[in-house]
Design a protein around this ligand. Sequence first.
Ligand code: GLC
Length: 506
Amino acid sequence: MTRHMDIPWWRDAVVYEIYVRSFADASGDGVGDLAGIRERLPYLRDLGVDAVWLTPFYPSPMADGGYDVADYRGVDPLFGTLADFDALVADAHALGLRVLVDVVPNHSSSEHPWFQAALRGEGRDRYIFRDRPNNWQSTFSGPAWTQVDDGSWYLHLFAPEQPDFNWRNPEVREEFLDILRFWLDKGVDGFRIDVAMGLFKAEDLPDVRDQSFMSKSPVWGQPEVHDVYRDWRALLDTYPDERMAVGEVWTDTLEDLALYVRPDELHQSFNFAWLQAPWSATAFRKVIDDTVATVPFATWVLSNHDVVRHRTRYGTADPGTGMARARAALLATLALPGSAYLYQGEELGLPEVENLPPEARQDPVFKRSKGELPGRDGCRVPIPWSARGDSYGFSPEGVKPWLPQPDEFAELSVARQTGDPGSMLEFYRRALACRRELARTVPYGLEWLESSEDVLVFARGPLVCAINCGTEPAPLPPHESVLLSSGPVGGSLPPDTAVWLRRAVS
Ligand code: GLC
């Protein structure tokens, strides 16, 4: 089969999100770090992903797990040094893995030198200070404004330790171009842009009637943000080897999302509609149709460090159902045109850890809502590498990880699953290997094949993917051979099961 060399690498890439604090701890302080990731790169190569996205590892007081950046050009000592970063990029590239880093442009840490200067009354225009607050609420609960000593207020759409930048100040714009250059010169292959629909707020900061997350509101998605991404795209295009950017863009509609991926803006944007869809063929079909119709280069995401893990989302009452559906959902995700973003631990079938003790929880969402909202710690529990030990191999022996791991992590550990053909991990490895063979050889578009309401069946050239979201077995579509299935398949496709088939095409 021919390989299309002119297709950019990111179009069909499988990108693996590493939540740095929870992947692997080499230093022995209970928190994941860059050296830990470096040691585990062969695992990722063998898993069969194309790239990794590292969540923030920059110097930070960790008020929001590192999404409160105090220095955009460094590495927090908790995670290592810049030399560790360089070594990690060099090793990843040597193994054929690309590296994306997170850029956090909406807000800095309150410990950032610019904000510290602003508190002293210097350069306040880099942030959003006002004499009086408006009625905006923080995404993490409570008001979006905090008062400082001289009586004025500053805006923070997230925690008070995360003051929002004033993107109408050209100095902010220049600074971020320079930050991007810094990491591009270090050889990163691209960026994941945090809260990419934020940055600009309506100029007069009007009160809002509805505080919900809406893309068309004075708070988010102002048209000026697109000029920033045009500048960023122009910068990325001056570098060799197709450096790219993917936006964390939450919008109400896929039409709004499409604005961010116009040809001179971001290369990709996360498709959260896929992750928000319930286990339903009708819901999945609608997201697929809308995505393919509106977005030139699609992405597919089932989980990340901000949402309930999909195994748990798909099977709240029964873990077996959640596991079966998670397997089936992977085959759908990997068969669709575009790239897929995986979240660490989904290849092990990790569940959301729902019963973390309140004193262990660290997410500002939990703290600021006074425990009313559980927050996101449940999807951030450190990875179990081995079946035994104080941290299941996450940290060196004798060290407790920063969040406690449940007993069931022993069974779900990498060591236990490796070599077991029925395990989630081996299933991911097979699926990723098979996709690698297929992704660039099948046509980009998809065609729906006939099926009942509860079953999704689509084809891309010779590849047919069928997913049974119903409660009854469904007939298998016509095929020459079965490439892969998420569970046992006989003459029919059982409920909560997906299959990849090869069909004859003339
Ligand atoms: C993004 C990150 C999330 C963080 C927030 C504020 O949504 O993914 O983890 O809390 O931005 O930076």
